[in-house]
Design a protein around this ligand. Structure first.
Ligand code: NAD
Length: 348
C-alpha cells in the first residue's frame, strides 16, 4: 500500500517536471520550484565517491547547478564542464562564502581522512573529520543550506558488534580513529536533526569499488587494486588475509543509494544517525575466483599488514532492512557483474 502511494506520488511529480525527463532515478519528491532552485555544493569532490557523484548530479540537474570543490587542484575531470573551486573543508568562512555566492541549497560533504591513513595520523584525521562536519552542520543550523549529505561507514562497528547481518541498531564500539570519528559524527547528525530540525541524511557505506578514481586510503582498497593488477596480467599481493570477508559495493549502487536517500521525502527518513547499506560480501579468495572466470591465469598472494587488524574489527555482512523499508533501497550489482565492468573499463 505504501509503495503504491509512493508510486502514485512519483508519477504525479514526474508529469510536473517533464523538462527534467532525463532524470532516471525513481524517487523524485521535490517540487518543480525546488528543482529549479536546487544548487548543490560538493566538498571533497575529487575523491573516489565525489568524482562519480558530481558527474551523476550534473547529468541530472545540469552542469552549472553542481559546484565541485576540493582542497586539491582538479585535473580537468570536474572543471571542464562545470564550476570547480578550491575549498578547504576546515574553513568555515570560505565554505559559507561559497554557499552564499552560488545560492547553495544542498551540501554533500565528502572530505575526510579514511581508515588506513587515519591510523597513521590520528589527530589530523579527527580534526578534519569532525571540523568539516561541524562546519556544514552549523551552516545548516543557521539555515544557510536546506539539506546535507554526510557519509558514515561500516567502520562505526567494532570487534564486539555481531559480525553477520549486522543490525541497524547494535553494539557499536569502534576501535579505529576513523570509526570513532564516524560514530561521533552520526550522534551529532541525529542531535542536529532533533534539536534544530536540520535535514541531514547519511549512509554507512561499505567498501566501495570503482574504476574512474583511485580509492583514498581505506582498508577495503585492495578490492580496487586487485583489478588494476589483473588487467596488467600481474600477480596481486593482498594486504589482507584470504579469509577476510568484508561488506563491499560497486560504485554505481552507492551513487544510486546516495541519490535515492537525498530525494526521498523528509518524513521517509526515519534514521537520522546513518543507514546501514548492504551490497556484496566477499573475501580476497572469492574476488580472485571471480577475476579468474575472465582471466584464468590470475594469481594472488597474501602479506597481511596493519590493515588486517582494522578489517578484523569490522562486520562481514550488513542488514539493511531499514533502508529497504524507508526509501526502497535495493542493491543491483553482483560480484561477477562488477568484475566484468571493472576489467572491461580498466583494460580500455
Ligand atoms: N570509499 C569508500 O569505500 C568509503 C566507504 C565508507 C565511507 N566513505 C566515506 O565517504 C566519503 C568520501 O570518501 P572517498 O572514498 O571519496 O574519499 P577520498 O579520499 O577518495 O576523497 C576525499 C576527498 O577529500 C579531499 N579533501 C581532503 N581534505 C580536504 C579538505 N580539508 N578540504 C576539502 N577537501 C579535502 C581529498 O583531496 C579527496 O579528493 C568520506 O567521508 C569517507 O569516509 C568512503
Amino acid at each position: 500500500m505504501v509503495l503504491l502511494q509512493i508510486y502514485e506520488f512519483y508519477s504525479h511529480i514526474k508529469l510536473e517536471i517533464n523538462e527534467y525527463e532525463s532524470i532516471d532515478y525513481p524517487y523524485i519528491y521535490d517540487s518543480k520550484t525546488d528543482i529549479l532552485k536546487k544548487r548543490i555544493l560538493i566538498i571533497g569532490a575529487s575523491g573516489q565517491i565525489g568524482t562519480e557523484l558530481t558527474l551523476c548530479l550534473r547529468k541530472k540537474y545540469g552542469n552549472s547547478k553542481v559546484i565541485a570543490t576540493d582542497i586539491r587542484e582538479d585535473d580537468g575531470t570536474l572543471s571542464t564542464d562545470g564550476p570547480f573551486e578550491i575549498l578547504d573543508a576546515m574553513d568555515y568562512k570560505a565554505t559559507e562564502d561559497l554557499i552564499i555566492r552560488y545560492e547553495i541549497t544542498e551540501v554533500y560533504l565528502l572530505a575526510a581522512m579514511l581508515s588506513a591513513t587515519a591510523e597513521k595520523f590520528p589527530m589530523r584525521a579527527w580534526d578534519l573529520n569532525m571540523t568539516s562536519l561541524f562546519n556544514v552542520l552549523n551552516l545548516g543550523k543557521e539555515q544557510k543550506v536546506k539539506k546535507i549529505f554526510w557519509p558514515s561507514s561500516i567502520a562505526v562497528f567494532g570487534p564486539t558488534t555481531p559480525k553477520q547481518h549486522t543490525p541497524q541498531k547494535t553494539i557499536m564500539e569502534p576501535s579505529t580513529v576513523y570509526g570513532i570519528s564516524k560514530q561521533t559524527g552520526e550522534r551529532w547528525c541525529e542531535y542536529y536533526h532533533k534539536k534544530y530540525d536540520l535535514d541531514v541524511r547519511s549512509i554507512r557505506y561499505p567498501g566501495l569499488i570503482s574504476y574512474k578514481t583511485a580509492p583514498g586510503g581505506g582498508t577495503t582498497d585492495y578490492a580496487v587494486d586487485i583489478y588494476h593488477k589483473a588487467v596488467k596480467h600481474q600477480k596481486y599481493n593482498c594486504f589482507l588475509n584470504q579469509e577476510t570477508t568484508l561488506p563491499m559495493m560497486f560504485i554505481d549502487d552507492a551513487i544510486r543509494a546516495t541519490l535515492s536517500i537525498m530525494e526521498a521525502p523528509k518524513e521517509a527518513i526515519k534514521v537520522r544517525s546513518s543507514y546501514n547499506l548492504s551490497g556484496l560480501s566477499f573475501n580476497p579468495t572469492e574476488i580472485a575466483a571471480s577475476i579468474r572466470k575472465k582471466l584464468p591465469d590470475f594469481e594472488i598472494g597474501y602479506t597481511p599488514d596493519f590493515r588486517q587488524k582494522i578489517a578484523d574489527s569490522w562486520p562481514q555482512s550488513i542488514d539493511d532492512t531499514a533502508a529497504q523499508n524507508d526509501w526502497a533501497w535495493k542493491n543491483e550489482t553482483s560480484l561477477d557483474k562488477m568484475t566484468s565492468i571493472m576489467l572491461e573499463n580498466l583494460s580500455s
